[in-house]
Design a protein around this ligand. Sequence first.
Ligand code: MTE
Ligand code: MOS
Length: 765
Amino acid sequence: MDTAAVGQSFAHESAARHVDGQAVFIDDLPEPRDLLHVHLVTSSWAHARLTTLDLTACLSAPGVVAVASAGDIPGVNDIGAALKGEPLFPFETLCYIGHPIAAIAATSPAAARSAARLAIIEGEPLTPVLDIQTALDREDYVCPPMIMRRGDVDKALADAPLRLSGEVEIGGQDHFYLETHVALARPTDDGGLHIFSSTQHPTEIQHLVARLLALPQSAVTVEVRRLGGGFGGKESQATLIAGIAALLCRKTGRPVKLRLDRDDDMMITGKRHNFLLRWDAGFEQDGRLLGVDMLLAGGAGWSADLTPGVMSRALSHADNAYYYPAVRLKGLSCKTNSQSNTAFRGFGAPQGMIAAEAMLDDIARHLKLDPLAVRKRNFYAPGRDITPYHQTVEQFRLPAMLEQLEDSAELAARRTDVDSFNTQSPIIKKGLAVMPVKFGVSFNVPSMNQAGALVMVYTDGSVLVNHGGIEMGQGLYTKIAQVTAEVFQIPVTQIRVSSTRTDKVPNTSPTAASSGTDLNGMATKLAAEAIRGRMAEVAAERFAVPIDDVRFENGEIRSGNHHIGFAELAELCHLQRVSLSANGFYRTPKIHFDKKTMTGRPFFYYAHGVAATEVAVDTLTGEWKCLRVDILHDVGKSLNPAIDRGQIEGAFLQGLGWLTMEELVWDKDGRLLTHAPSTYKIPTARDLPRDFRVELLANADNPEATVYRSKAIGEPPLMLAISVWLALRDAVASLAATGARPTLGAPATPERILAAIETAGRTAT
Ligand code: MTE
Ligand code: MOS
């Protein structure tokens, strides 16, 4: 019986089409007749009161058909994702350089672009807030402060034999998806709209466009076949693009396309939140923590967007894998005059984890202990297993995984090698760091953990699946096809997954929080099983056997000597008027979370990973190389090892880019200077570790009943790249007096590494 589809390394369903260019993205769709193209008029002040907006010259420019600004919105001018109060176009206040004020629709992109320059905009400049510290001083936040706590931290700190505090600053990150934001809106003949949008959240586009245009949600259909990468950047921010296209489509009655070029995409849309992390810890002589008090201050940008969720996840990952006997974690979401920061792979968890890792590293150095030993000493363990949000850590795999990695990566020997290399090598210094990752899987908002699917079997035995998830390169459609093939025991080639549409599966959640397969895979499985049950009944009747004796295997349905082909049985069901389509609906069990007290069981389970990274730093230039990376990752029982491995490698490299080379720079007026690949450096294939060893944890079925016992994979491995940053700090520390800690924030660019080397050198002399 080998039609087993789950657990096989099938290639991504679009792999060949991605490579030969046949995969259709929204901008590749044949352009409808009468199509209009949009260009945006944006703010050149970081903060100002808009006094005049005159678009008459734009309107009379060649090719221009319509213009739109706040006054043209027939419904509610609000596209807030988490909180209300985020207008599509500003009423009065301009909040960042790049803030879209109005839109021009013309017969060509060039006509729209040149007309946009004719807009007359006058305003009274206001003082902008351009950094986290200023926002902290002004207590200016996009959402109320959040506090997660357990035990009496003040007492724990006061009573602790040792105490240390520290601070680290972490930069943001542009998503740099290959496909920039795009939307194509078309009027339908019944007064509605059909929108192709590069979104991770078609339902949100549908609902918010309906509200903007004062239409019922049923009049708006949103369709997505694939994204050229999302990485969180298209979870909420696609609404702006689709909303403007929809508004102009409604206004003109013509199809409208809005596609941002790279510079506009970077100037206009939000990024990963930068963070200022401060910690104060009390501990024992052996590095065992007693109390932890942390401030996580995130740069939200001008509006809330998804910041409340990001902050909540940052707080719930500021423990990473470690038990804090008494703890207070404070999250402040600072309002600044920049792009509105948003979801980005990890959703705040990476920044939270860095706080934990920097703290433990510093404590270990302060105590002149091995950082790895101090980490292990603080691991969650039986009796020391309650998180700051009061969920009990179950099925904690990290101690065993770390032991396996220590062995396979020969960590003890390599630690000695690195140390002796450093004593002999005056200019090149090596660093080695090991870190665990524990990542909570489920949306922190329990209601979002639901999904639907629609499975259809046709009379020739071919199967079409529709579900609420978005394919953005992560392999979701491939895994969905595998799950369906597994249920019916037919070849994966017999399954087709159609584009995701709000008119087939309604009221869906975004594809995010790494839960795409967990949620949609399960909904698909349930739908397919419902059809399989009905088909089994028809087969049982035909074979005259009890239904329990009917088996689906090898593309056939069998019982004893009886057998019938899958297609033949589908045809038979049809003749007998038995339905061959079904909806599946899934909601994650066991989860709950109280937003007010910030306690509960927000996560269904945890995904785990461990990484060991070795780097070599040139202390004269600050340049460095990643010599070797060993990763052991827990994906439960992998649905597709090849895709999971790809996710691990891609996520790791994306994390490495964030922490070492991707630097966002704004000038003193708040203008983003790094808005193109010429000034914003992302990692390339050349930046892959020279020796990159990725293993999936074996025999690791998820103890929770997830889809075929798999675990989520999309985000957790990004955080393994924090080990690169820790290894760089380790190399820098080798130059300092023992006991001194490296002063290296992120991104650890060569300039910053060089500065940290100089500081380290001063402590040594
Ligand atoms: N992989 C690729 N190739 N492209 C992407 O845009 N997004 C990541 C991750 N892996 C992304 C990716 C993010 S941020 C998330 S939340 C998950 O995929 C979402 O998909 P999943 O839930 O199906 O894993
Ligand atoms: Mo991913 S940041 O949850 O889209």
